[in-house]
Design a protein around this ligand. Sequence first.
Ligand SMILES: NC(=O)c1ccc[n+]([C@@H]2O[C@H](COP(=O)([O-])OP(=O)(O)OC[C@H]3O[C@@H](n4cnc5c(N)ncnc54)[C@H](OP(=O)(O)O)[C@@H]3O)[C@@H](O)[C@H]2O)c1
Length: 235
Amino acid sequence: MVCLITGSSRGLGKAIALALGKRGHQIVVHYKGREKEAEDVASCIGKSVVLRADVRVFDEVRVLVDEVIKKWGRIDVLVNNAGVTREALLLKTSEKDFDEVVDTNLKGPFNFIHAVAPFMTEKKGGHIINISSIAGLKGKAGLPAYSASKSGLIGLTMSAASELSVYDIMVNAVLPGYLLTDMGRSSSDKAKGIALKDSLVKDFSNTDNVVEFICYLSETKGITGQVFNLDSRIL
Ligand SMILES: NC(=O)c1ccc[n+]([C@@H]2O[C@H](COP(=O)([O-])OP(=O)(O)OC[C@H]3O[C@@H](n4cnc5c(N)ncnc54)[C@H](OP(=O)(O)O)[C@@H]3O)[C@@H](O)[C@H]2O)c1
């Protein structure tokens, strides 16, 4: 399978790219700013290509997808993983920060689905996995833009699943729980403390579990329009 994982230069995306690569799939390692890290990820994978695009920019995404199609002729799995967060109370959130988070976490997946789905449609199959968050279901204080973007991504998942099931394209959302990636580590001590307190197992999430689940899901047929919560915090 040809698998495109957005934001796979580091964090969860890197772990997904490495795991799918280990399973023998062709991997598109995608990044925005960290080219060296992306090249390092690709060097651990047999069949891979490293491509840059700002997920917020419709035309950059289109060019990237066209390059993959030119090289491999198809895209079987799209993981919309690239994301950012800004921690601030609603009234302290600037318009610029709100736009950046929503454009990255919600418009980015729209841009990729818009560019990739026609090629999946042509091949009559594919799987799109959108990485959302429990914040998208619960709406966290201090994360208004992030919560809105991740909630919107769940709506986008269900809408796209409804439209694309006729072509055997599965679209699902995965909520990974709190991971100690760059994003997770950069949150305030207060936010990390609340996450630990709310966790029923009193621990952060395990990246390996999330990656295993995504690898499994990417190979399934007949499961679509669902939201898989891998968190240990109850809503
Ligand atoms: N960490 C958590 O606790 C947690 C919990 C739930 C959900 N999630 C979600 O899981 C996903 C991965 O998070 P993570 O923790 O692995 O984050 P991370 O370590 O901060 O990595 C973010 C990735 O997104 C890419 N990226 C950011 N903005 C981009 C843009 N405008 N265009 C293209 N690429 C962009 C980065 O590329 P560069 O390296 O090139 O900048 C990087 O590869 C995100 O969607 C996040 O919201 C994370």
